[in-house]
Design a protein around this ligand. Structure first.
Ligand code: SAM
Length: 247
């Protein structure tokens, strides 16, 4: 080999030996810093508020919430608040995601329906815990983008479709649990029909842009058992649920 070519070759090897460890150090520092942010979020905003469900905490330690928000909100992704996403919608506050997931009383063999995919974050948390997640989003671009992201992250057990969640997902029913992540003025009847006996439905019940009650329903042989879990503020459920005189 020509001497100058040989020197050039050695120079690039030398450069590689210096640059590669630096790059890998930078990238591991970044992923570690989000790992630490997640740990802080779970400790301060979830455990310290009384949520101790092991599976929920493990899922929220794992799901990279910063990938479910826009670039402008990455640094706020692990803060104690809901954040804006595209189409004037929101990704729910981590505590509320943890609370809804906990009161749904999930087990690893469950099949769950989510109405309101939004960013896909709640679906990912569910996907870490249960066997199968079906999630419906009424805004087409959100359905498409969240589906792409969940695929990219390797969630093979999460199925997203574009549509009005009011009618549920008949082909996949019945469900062990249903989570509605937008506020509705009434409980959508078709969803109750797609809930298994002893299944749980968790949703914010109330008017638009007003505090709503986060309710947990259990379907029993003797009717619905309802409890109010918390007061919350969600964006409204749109579509067919608005067609019956409710504002
Ligand atoms: N779960 C989401 C997440 O983790 O990012 C947050 C959901 S955001 C608070 C509410 C979502 O419900 C919005 O994306 C909205 O478009 C959607 N939505 C509203 N009405 C709906 C309906 N009838 N069917 C399906 N999705 C609906």
């Amino acid at each position: 080999m020509d001497r100058s070519l040989h020197n050039l070759f050695r120079f690039f090897i030398f450069l590689g030996l210096i640059i590669l460890p630096i790059l890998s150090c930078i990238s591991s520092t970044n992923s570690d810093s989000y790992k630490e942010s997640r740990a802080r979020m779970v400790k301060n905003d979830i455990e310290n508020r009384g949520i101790h469900d092991h599976a929920v905490k493990e899922a929220m330690l794992k799901v990279p919430r910063h990938l479910f928000v826009g670039p402008e909100n990455i640094e706020a992704a692990y803060s104690d608040s809901a954040l804006p996403i595209k189409e004037n919608q929101t990704i729910s506050q981590p505590y509320v995601v943890a609370l809804m997931t906990t009161v749904a009383e999930l087990s690893s063999t469950d099949k769950v329906l989510e109405v309101g995919t939004g960013s896909g974050y709640q679906a990912a948390v569910l996907g870490e815990i249960v066997r199968e997640v079906y999630s419906i989003e009424i805004i087409e671009s959100l359905a498409r983008e969240s589906s792409e992201l969940l695929n990219k992250l390797g969630y093979k057990n999460i199925h997203v479709k574009h549509g009005d969640g009011y009618q549920g997902w008949k082909e996949a029913a019945p469900f062990d649990a249903i989570l509605i992540t937008a506020a509705a003025p009434k409980i959508p009847e078709p969803l109750l029909n797609q809930l298994k006996m002893e299944g749980r439905l968790v949703m914010p019940l109330g008017k638009n842009h007003a505090p709503q009650e986060l309710i947990a329903l259990t379907k029993t042989e003797n009717g619905l058992k309802k409890r109010v879990v918390e007061i919350v503020a969600f964006v409204p459920m749109t579509g067919e649920v608005r067609n019956s005189g409710f504002k």
